[in-house]
Design a protein around this ligand. Structure first.
Ligand code: NDP
Length: 284
């Protein structure tokens, strides 16, 4: 029988810890952590994310502001806003909601967010620090995954870890974090020759692919720990992960559900990083 990794529970406990940290910082230095979210265009999914982030900030005592810009905003206008936020003392974290419209160079925008407020951990300086093993801000989804493994006392050291997916926001950083925690890490992608042969070796399997039910029971070793990052809609429009949860949950030791697994941790770690950033600015 497997145990469900309850991302909501881990998230609630972590947010309590964050709320305490926010209170402590306010009383010791008079600083309220602040997060600015920048949204360009009117992508409904992005609007929901940003709204959820605002509510989450309110609950833990973090100041938040939203900057909604029209889809025809130019790159120069967006850069001007980013620069303003870089220099705004109320703001400790800047989040530029992706995707940006096609006429804006995403990489250029993300590089212009000061690394000291890059709470998404996307700036090359923060990516470099992560690789070096001296992280400042760790990108939120991978960080949340490690938090969940730790919460359930799942041993990472010495484990055979397989990550399917090599994106900059999930696959690569989660592989790096697992490596720093002394797992033996293999990263797979669309050109991996015999995927099942590799995934079956995993003690810890992280699926970050973006394809509903892609990881099937025959690809997973008995007793493995399975972390499902995927967010997909199946044919009935139901939210579903990258893992065939129904056929797998009996053979693994731990598994994250979708929804209610990795998802809630992503916003939580954004709050965490914003608090850390405010502490850094206070010299703590
Ligand atoms: P990307 O599309 O950037 O990356 C997907 C990765 O999957 C790529 O590396 C790709 O390989 C690999 N892949 C695709 N097809 C195959 C295949 N047939 N076999 C092996 N590997 C394959 O996605 P993201 O990393 O941004 O996101 C992954 C999933 O996680 C999505 O469903 C996304 O919605 C979800 N997500 C969830 C978050 C959360 O908070 N829960 C946060 C971020 C993402 P290649 O590089 O060769 O193309």
């Amino acid at each position: 029988m497997s145990e469900l990794i309850d991302g909501k529970k881990v998230s609630e406990d972590t947010r309590e810890e964050i709320a305490k940290g926010v209170e402590e910082l306010k009383s010791s230095s008079g600083i309220t952590p602040g997060l600015a979210a920048v949204l360009v265009g009117d992508d409904p999914a992005s609007e929901i994310y940003v709204r959820n982030k605002r509510k989450a900030c309110e609950k833990v005592g973090i100041y938040s502001e939203e900057h909604k810009l029209p889809a025809e905003t130019t790159e120069e206008e967006l850069l001007a806003l980013v620069n303003k936020l870089n220099n705004d003392d109320k703001i400790h974290g800047i989040l530029v909601q992706l995707p940006l419209p096609d006429h804006i160079n995403e990489t250029n925008i993300l590089r212009n967010v000061t690394p000291l407020k890059d709470v998404d951990g996307f700036h090359p300086e923060n990516v470099g620090r992560l690789v070096e093993g001296n992280p400042r801000f760790i990108s939120c989804t991978p960080y949340g995954i490690i938090k969940m493994l730790d919460y359930y006392n799942i041993e990472i050291k010495g484990a055979e870890a397989v990550v399917v997916g090599r994106s900059n926001i999930v696959g690569k950083p989660v592989g790096m974090l697992l490596l720093h925690r002394h797992a033996t890490v293999t990263t797979c992608h669309s050109r991996t020759k015999d995927l099942g042969e590799v995934t079956r070796r995993a003690d810890i399997l992280v699926a970050a692919i973006g394809r509903a039910n892609f990881i099937t029971a025959d690809m997973v070793k008995d007793g493995a720990v399975v972390i499902d990052v995927g967010i997909n809609r199946n044919e009935e429009g139901k939210l579903t992960g990258d893992v065939d949860f129904a056929n797998l949950s009996d053979k693994v030791s731990y598994i994250t559900p979708v929804p209610g697994g990795v998802g809630p941790m992503t916003i939580t770690m954004l709050l965490w990083n914003t608090l850390e950033s405010a502490k850094l600015s206070a010299g703590k």
